[in-house]
Design a protein around this ligand. Structure first.
Ligand code: NDP
Length: 326
């Protein structure tokens, strides 16, 4: 038997509890992992609170991320004792996830724990941090350099935002951090933000084209915020869009794209190919300060994870959560 969070019931009528689960119930897979740490991402909080239909089948163990040690493997790439990390691939949505002491999954989804990170640090990064890195890589691929101008990061006190601010600042970019939590100004400056902007300044409908201000942007908000970000980009500016914290809609016009040559890059972490993941994790090891990563962490006991999901949804958690599950 092992401990795990279980979402039971059905869509719209789900019950979530920390349960004792029989190992015989684990799903199919060629690698079994003793999970050491997991985390809560925005998507996990949506799944646990039931605020969006993330669990595709019931019962479901949530958790789109895990870090742990392989105990059994018939996959040629992994053997017992290997330290591994999993991000995404529909785990915690369609396949039992990381918020449990054991997981059985396809070895094709796993990557080795990236040195020098510990399992705890890898979960402090988690999907949110790895997505932030994918966003920064997208800006680089499209030619945005520190000398190109200011970079805007929305949802800056959240998981993706905090990691994006820290990485961009370390790489020498001048970062403007957008937040709805003005009281977190000192935190954002400690991560390296040069300027703080009130989220309210981007939340109302604006002009199709605003003053040319940003060379690049990492956007976790979507909705009206993303539309205003696009409108305020400089000529040939690049926006990496990964989230929907402000909404799924995109009330923009084509003006930024056809008159300023703005590029909108969509970022998906869930199905990203293995090579992209390995590169992103290698870059995280190079470009994310371990001290700043530590300053983003709130450790939540496994017993408190379900309540923490509601706090995350209510915008009451800063940075990243780690959950020791072992
Ligand atoms: P967090 O909850 O940690 O952070 C979200 C942040 O968004 C909040 O902290 C808040 O920051 C900001 N925010 C909240 N509401 C609004 C709003 N109405 N308008 C603008 N900003 C708002 O979540 P994550 O960082 O883990 O994820 C952020 C987004 O990115 C989510 O939508 C998530 O689904 C998405 N995502 C997408 C991935 C992909 O593969 N495409 C992977 C990972 C995440 P503040 O208080 O500072 O304003």
């Amino acid at each position: 038997m092992f401990k795990g969070i279980l979402i039971e019931g059905s869509r719209g009528d789900q019950q979530v509890s920390l349960k004792s689960i029989d190992e015989a119930q684990l799903p199919e897979g060629d690698v079994t992992v003793d999970v050491a740490y997991s985390t809560l991402n925005y998507k996990d909080a949506l799944a646990i609170t039931g605020r969006a239909p993330i669990a595709k089948t019931y019962p479901m163990v949530p958790g789109i991320d895990l870090a742990g040690v392989v105990t059994e493997s018939s996959n040629p790439d992994f053997k017992a004792g290997d330290e591994v990390v999993l991000n995404g691939w529909g785990v915690g949505e369609k396949h039992w996830g990381g918020l449990a002491q054991k997981a059985r999954l396809s070895g094709d989804w796993l990557i080795p724990l990236q040195a020098p990170f510990t399992a705890r640090q890898a979960m402090a990064i988690g999907t949110a941090g790895y997505t932030a890195m994918l966003c920064v890589i997208a800006l680089e691929k499209h030619g945005v350099k520190p000398e190109s101008g200011d970079i805007l990061v929305t949802g800056a006190t959240g998981g993706v935002g905090s990691v994006a601010v820290a990485i961009l600042a370390k790489l020498g970019y001048s970062v403007t951090a957008v937040t709805g939590r003005k009281e977190e100004e000192a935190y954002l400056k400690s991560l390296g933000a040069k300027q703080i902007m009130d989220r309210a300044d981007l939340s109302e409908p604006g002009k199709p084209l605003a003053r040319e201000t940003w060379a690049g942007a990492v956007d976790v908000a979507g909705g009206q915020v993303l539309a205003n970000v696009c409108a305020g980009m400089k000529y040939h500016g690049v926006v990496a869009a990964c989230g929907l914290a402000a909404g799924m809609d995109f009330p923009s016009t084509v003006a930024p794209f056809i008159l300023r040559g703005v590029t909108l890059c969509g970022i998906d972490s869930v199905m990203a190919p293995k090579a992209d993941r390995l590169y992103a994790w290698k870059r995280l090891a190079e470009d994310l300060s371990p001290e700043l990563l530590d300053s983003m962490i709130t450790e939540v006991a496994f017993d408190d994870a379900i309540d923490a999901a509601s706090r995350l949804m209510d915008g009451k958690i800063r940075g990243r959560i780690v959950i020791p599950v072992a």
